[in-house]
Design a protein around this ligand. Structure first.
Ligand SMILES: [Zn+2]
Length: 280
């Protein structure tokens, strides 16, 4: 069994470089600031602490079981590819258009590490997105396999979550579906895959060391977003404990691609870390 640890010493190790991001990482991973480095996640995806039992792990996770707008969801479409709006759910699901979202993404340094349940990269300060008049700063991104959200019942090989937070502490998470590119490596490789190559290489190296942080300089995150920025939007929750219902979800319609090889590198560490679709 590989060690899965929360790297709470990170802020100290890196001289506070990512101090602000850490609070988000802790919120997402469901840990608090006084967790010891050696402590493992108490929740998981298989066995007795699987997603059906997260509320039994901690008092603080009750909303995972009893919430009203839990994520992920299946986004249902009609035959003409438009959204099937049957919003019994009060989650405000709607189709978004590129002009309704503004990304101020540029070159940025990443700090990648094993967050216990996924490969996470904390993002240096200064990147944000705007939804209407609300500004959300990009804090970190991470992955799930297979995808958590579904579009018309279809599950993708992987899903990337770009986690943003506004001044009030609410989240906006951009979800990108990732399909497997079965061509031999190098053929038809996406910008997304190329630009994050140091991240995939990290998975082959000393990833399982106790405290191992891979610093990746100057990644241009704007290039990894799909050109077609039509999206679906709804109000939901974190898909990991504490499952807080403070997330604006932005699910891009168009998927990214990742080679079989790099998908395999990720799955070697995280074979399955997707919360099932939540009934609403
Ligand atoms: Zn996630």
């Amino acid at each position: 069994m590989k060690r899965r640890q929360i790297l709470t010493g990170l802020g100290v190790t890196l001289g506070g470089l990512i101090g602000h991001s850490l609070s988000v990482e802790r919120a997402i991973a469901g840990t608090s600031s006084n967790v010891q480095k050696s402590q493992k996640l108490q929740w998981g995806y298989i066995g007795e602490n699987d997603p059906n039992h997260w509320n039994e792990v901690s008092e603080r996770y009750q909303v995972c079981q009893f919430g009203q707008r839990q994520s992920p969801i299946n986004v249902e479409l009609l035959e003409n590819e438009t959204l099937k709006v049957s919003d019994k759910r009060k989650i405000g699901l709607f189709e978004g258009f590129p002009e309704q979202i503004y990304f101020r993404y540029g070159p940025v340094n990443l700090e990648a590490f094993d967050a216990g349940y996924t490969l996470q990269a904390n993002v240096g300060a200064g990147l944000f997105l705007e939804l209407g008049s609300d500004r959300y700063e990009l804090k970190q991104f991470h992955f799930h396999t297979p995808s958590e959200h579904q579009i018309n019942g279809n599950t993708s090989a992987m899903e990337m979550h770009l986690v943003h937070q506004n001044q009030g502490g609410d989240f906006a998470v951009v979800a990108l579906m990732i399909e497997e590119n079965k061509n031999r490596q190098g053929q038809g490789m996406s910008d997304f895959e190329k630009d994050l190559e140091p991240l995939w290489n990290f998975l082959d190296g000393d990833f399982d060391d106790d405290v191992n942080i891979k610093l990746i300089p100057s990644v241009h995150l704007a290039k990894i977003l799909p050109r077609d920025r039509h999206f679906f939007r709804y109000s939901g929750s974190l898909t990991t404990p504490p499952c807080s219902e403070t997330v604006e979800w932005i699910i891009f319609r168009k998927p990214l691609t990742l080679s079989t090889e790099n998908l395999g590198r990720y799955k070697a560490h995280f074979p399955r870390n997707a919360r099932p679709i939540q009934r609403l």
